[in-house]
Design a protein around this ligand. Structure first.
Ligand code: SAJ
Length: 423
């Protein structure tokens, strides 16, 4: 089976790099997105998201004629679905996965499906989503046979293959990471392997769709639980007057201990979301996973509490100062180091809350952005060189630029990332 034309549905942080990499292998790629603006930007050879080097690959793919974007699905030999799976909104939707984007993507490709086509779901999904997607396709196309009903002899092949790339390193990891391939049948897996082998240098390991879905959720939950351990440890260490960064460095000298780094909370659109998909499928059984979420979600409030403590100490020491005069400088807004992505960023939330508490006296240094989001209207964006004006210094993101500056002298420090840890 050769794939002459591959369609990627959803041209976001995963879909666009995947489409561009496939096109760079001289395969005709049709990218589909409901956002006309994104489609126009891509067709002009540019990109609407931030990811190192992606602009170069997309520009080459579009100008060489291998990648084209559209809002309406067209016939292809394979369809790769990479659309969001957010939480349901509304009072009953708390932390329940919303599969409506997958449903509408499936229903939009159904009319152009033909015998022999492969459909792969890449979106992070709760267990059972691939079977559900295959059912939506079958419902829309009763004239075609599908593997969940007709097994190996089906007209259409269906598989789940989660993306596992790290934002900031997407192009490298897309090619080098191993892929877990969960076909609905073995022939479905074999077809999916053939597709990925066009650009994946890592191993393609076969399992069933449910295990592949759970594998992706497990990876991100593993990280969340381990970060929660580090975050809890940081609060315990603070209470016991121990430097948690030194403590972790020492404990990690043990050959079988590898503690992650505490921070101001867990941000981004994956690690703070995906564990809930396990919890919603097995709420009674997922005790540890649920607790880890609570620990990580509570960390921003703890940082704010530490800032309040620092402000109180500062005012005690400087009795002539008033609370209105205290200047708080926050370092970083992004959800992690060396990126400009503010989505679900704990740093952003901390700065927002501090600015409503200590109005007009909160400053932020964020070398990766030029304009502050509208939620921070009373916050001032300042250059790193101006940061010394602060009375309280709050380290929120370990950007490389911040690692190069010494711990501020004469001010109070709340170091949420261990950048200024003594050892
Ligand atoms: N964080 C810590 N301490 C750490 C590591 C991370 O506080 O020791 C924080 C970060 O600051 C950030 C959050 O966790 O706020 C998430 O950052 P991350 O680098 O752990 O992960 P993401 O969200 O950028 O990407 C993750 C990756 N998953 C794993 O490493 C298991 C990536 O491989 C996935 O493809 C991605 O989620 C995804 O799309 O699901």
């Amino acid at each position: 089976m050769t794939f002459k034309t591959i369609s990627v549905i959803g041209l976001g942080y995963i879909g666009l790099p995947t489409a561009a990499v496939l096109a760079s292998r001289k395969i005709k790629v049709i990218g589909v997105d409901v956002n006309q603006k994104a489609v126009d930007i891509i067709n002009s050879g540019q990109i609407h998201i931030v990811e190192p080097d992606l602009d170069i690959v997309v520009h080459a793919a579009v100008t060489e004629g291998y990648l084209r974007a559209t809002i309406r699905p067209e016939p292809a030999d394979a369809f790769l679905i990479a659309v969001p799976t957010p939480f349901k909104s509304g009072p009953t939707g708390d932390h329940e996965p919303d599969l409506s984007y997958i449903e509408s993507a499936s229903r939009s490709i159904a009319p152009v499906l033909k015998k022999g086509d492969l459909v792969i779901l890449e979106s992070t999904s709760p267990v059972g989503a691939t079977e559900q997607m295959a059912d939506w396709l079958a419902e829309a196309r009763p004239d075609l046979s599908f593997p969940q009903i007709n097994g190996e002899e089906s007209d259409i092949r269906v598989a789940y293959c989660p993306e596992r790339v790290l934002p900031g390193q997407v192009l490298r990891e897309l090619i080098q990471n191993d892929r877990v391939i969960g076909g609905v049948t073995q022939k479905c897996s074999a077809a999916a392997i053939e597709l990925y082998k066009n650009f994946v240098l890592g191993d393609c390991i076969v399992t069933n769709a449910r295990t592949a879905e759970m594998c992706k959720l497990t990876e991100n939950s593993f990280r969340d639980v381990n970060i929660a351990f580090a975050n809890e440890l940081s609060i315990i260490a603070d209470k016991l007057k121990i430097d948690v960064w030194e403590l972790i460095r020492l404990a990690n000298r043990h050959p079988r201990v590898k503690i992650l780094q505490p921070g101001p909370g867990v941000g981004g659109h994956c690690i703070a979301v995906d564990p809930w998909f396990i919890v919603s499928s097995a709420p009674v059984e997922s005790k540890l996973i649920k607790t880890a979420r609570a620990v990580n979600d509570s960390k921003p409030s703890w940082i704010i509490y530490k800032v309040d403590e620092a402000v109180a100490s500062y005012l005690k020491e400087n009795s002539k100062e008033s609370i209105e005069g205290v200047r708080i400088v926050c370092y970083g807004l992004a959800f992690k180091a060396n990126i400009d992505d503010l989505r679900e960023s704990p740093a952003l939330e901390i700065v927002r809350q501090l600015s409503s508490k200590y109005s007009k006296k909160v400053y932020v240094v964020e070398p990766n952005i030029n304009v502050l989001p509208s939620t921070l209207s009373s916050v001032e964006l300042v250059a790193l060189e101006d940061a010394q004006l602060g009375d309280i210094h709050v380290m929120l993101v370990d950007h490389d630029e911040f690692k190069r500056i010494p711990r501020p002298v004469g001010g109070y420090v709340v170091d949420g990332r261990g950048v200024w840890s003594a050892n």
